[in-house]
Design a protein around this ligand. Structure first.
Ligand code: 5GP
Length: 129
């Protein structure tokens, strides 16, 4: 059975999509640490990042870098941070988080956004890709 991120990639569950290529898919985290918090996921449903093949791992990192560079232009922040956790959703994903302070990287402080704010944020990042 497909997991939640595979359902998002297939369009069976809605998301605020940021970018997609042949191997990877990026969308806004629904419970963001900061405005612009984006998840870059592999289209292959693999649980742990270091179980990816070298090729799949490199493709995910190149894809994440492209999205992060666009986020750095689109979202006011000191820098874009990157985390890999995976304790909640067992499908490889990179968290890209616009950082103003260390607490933005802790997953303790959350921000809530309206659907319109999510949509506008995704569009801003897309415009910088
Ligand atoms: P992790 O597995 O890395 O610990 O965390 C999973 C992340 O996925 C969390 O930050 C959570 O907010 C996000 N997430 C979980 N379910 C959904 C969902 O259905 N849609 C979106 N956009 N994000 C989700």
């Amino acid at each position: 059975m497909s997991g939640i991120f595979s359902k998002i990639i297939a369009g069976e569950i809605p998301c605020y999509k940021v970018h997609e290529d042949e191997n990877c898919f990026a969308f806004l985290d629904i419970n963001p640490n900061a405005v612009g918090h984006t998840l870059c996921v592999t289209k292959k449903e693999v649980d742990k990042i270091f179980d990816l093949s070298e090729e799949d791992y490199s493709q995910l990192m190149q894809f994440s870098r492209k999205v992060a560079l666009a986020m750095g232009k689109a979202i006011p922040c000191k820098r874009v941070g990157m985390s890999v956790i995976g304790l909640e959703v067992p499908h490889v994903h990179v968290h890209l988080i616009p950082l103003q302070a260390m607490e933005d990287a802790t997953f303790q402080k959350k921000v809530s956004l309206s659907p319109e704010e999510f949509q506008a944020t995704a569009a801003k990042i897309q415009a910088c890709l």
